[in-house]
Design a protein around this ligand. Structure first.
Ligand SMILES: NC(=O)c1ccc[n+]([C@@H]2O[C@H](COP(=O)([O-])OP(=O)(O)OC[C@H]3O[C@@H](n4cnc5c(N)ncnc54)[C@H](O)[C@@H]3O)[C@@H](O)[C@H]2O)c1
Ligand SMILES: O=C(O)C(=O)C[C@@H](O)[C@H](O)[C@H](O)COP(=O)(O)O
Ligand SMILES: [Zn+2]
Length: 368
């Protein structure tokens, strides 16, 4: 068990990591519950597998749960579902001082967090992440958002949770493909800033995706520690430090858009492929050795994640993918900074990238 503190003046919070923590949710969250009933959001899968556990834990402190349950998948991060959720919360009289519970993956956390950010100009929320991706990344740091037809996470807010309860035992019911997608965001911390952790991932990745309890807890703890450090330094992505967490995402979000935010490419899979592309593009620019770019690709492929864009069989050009990047939130006065690598464990922001060169590079990659 580990408790990692996200240090933010006046808004700091604990991330509790460990097996079977859901059973302690009532005790852990007691300070954030003021009424005898809480509103909780889940999707059908997280609710089916773990809803009763959260409900039983809260019943122990005399609190009942009313559920808002969405369809699984990226489609829930939409205006339509947000509007339904906001109306549902208002009908229940949720007040600013209340905390909404988000039980699920990154989709549920991002949706619930954004609803909490805008409801009555801001109420509280508690993250109870049930996917590997949500435990190591999305539940921590306060980025909340929905998607629009123009792209990924384009409407959102920074709004920190009051508490994160990451019960690693909930991952026991997660499909293997989703374990892989979450692992992409784990190995990301190594590639962007911690060469020793990357080495550990190369040696232990299969144990993490295979749910070895000790490896899993170590990977979640190390990931949350890395994210908490970066978020404490640059909460709102203004200094450039937090932007490093976007490694692989400029390429990845473009691929997600091109595949229609569908099951064809999960977010973590897009990030995995995006990190391979970022490494190869870093080599093309002369920053990273071809050998290290190859090492990144092999580590990604070894986890069963996509490492070749040609495998997606997209019917688009490099310019089409580059066009999706025009909506990237990092865009600054017409320039898109790219997160590239000087070394494994050393990411940096490059503001000198020409989009025409990125398009040429992607066209070559698409051809295999
Ligand atoms: N806010 C952030 O900082 C941040 C960081 C990374 C990713 N994200 C966002 O997170 C989303 C991806 O999150 P995700 O990968 O968790 O996807 P997800 O929320 O869609 O969950 C993946 C699948 O697992 C199912 N599921 C959830 N918990 C389960 C469990 N314990 N057992 C069985 N099935 C379960 C869900 O129903 C879904 O089908 C994307 O929208 C991405 O943009 C946000
Ligand atoms: O927390 C961050 O900062 C991240 O960039 C984490 C990413 O893994 C995550 O996918 C995030 O939602 C992407 O942010 P965006 O600003 O590119 O939408
Ligand atoms: Zn991500």
């Amino acid at each position: 068990m580990a408790v990692i503190r996200v240090e933010l003046a006046g808004r700091g919070y604990d991330v509790q990591v460990g097996a079977d923590l859901l059973e302690q949710a009532g005790t852990l969250a007691r300070d954030f519950i003021r009424k005898d009933c809480v509103a909780a959001v889940a999707d059908r899968n997280s609710h089916r597998h773990h809803g009763a556990r959260l409900q039983a834990a809260l019943a122990e402190i005399g609190v009942s749960v009313e559920w808002f349950i969405t369809d699984p998948g990226e489609g829930a991060k939409s205006w339509d579902v947000l509007a339904k959720l906001a109306d549902w919360l208002l009908e229940r009289g949720v007040e600013r001082g209340d905390h909404i519970f988000a039980l699920g993956g990154g989709v549920i956390g991002d949706l619930t967090g954004f609803a909490a950010a805008v409801l009555k100009r801001g109420c509280g929320f508690v993250q109870v992440p049930t996917t590997l991706l949500a435990q190591v990344d999305s539940s921590v740091g306060g980025k909340t958002a929905i998607n629009t037809s123009a792209g990924k996470n384009l409407v959102g807010a920074f709004h920190q949770p009051a508490l994160v309860i990451a019960d690693t035992a909930t991952l026991g019911t997660l499909p293997p493909r989703e374990m892989g997608a979450g692992y992409a965001e784990v190995i990301k911390y190594g590639i962007l800033g911690d060469a020793a952790f990357f080495d550990w991932c190369e040696a232990n990745g299969a144990k993490v995706t295979g749910r070895d309890p000790a490896a899993l807890e170590y990977a979640v703890t190390k990931s949350v520690e890395a994210k908490a450090r970066i978020v404490a330094e640059d909460e709102r992505e203004t200094s450039g430090t937090r932007a490093l967490l976007n490694l692989g995402h400029t390429f990845g979000h473009a691929l997600e858009a091109e595949t229609g935010f569908s099951d064809r490419l999960l977010h973590g899979e897009g990030v995995a492929l995006g990190m391979v592309l970022a490494a190869r593009y870093s080599a093309r620019r002369g920053y990273l050795s071809a050998a290290d770019a190859g090492r990144v690709a092999r580590a990604i492929a070894a986890a069963g994640l996509p490492s070749e864009i040609a495998s997606l069989q997209l019917r688009c050009t490099g310019a089409d993918l580059a066009a999706h990047m025009a909506h990237d939130k990092k865009m600054d006065a017409g320039t898109l900074p790219f997160i590239l690598l000087r070394d494994i464990g050393e990411a940096f922001l490059d503001r000198s990238v020409e989009m025409s060169d990125v398009a040429d590079f992607l066209t070559q990659e698409l051809q295999g």
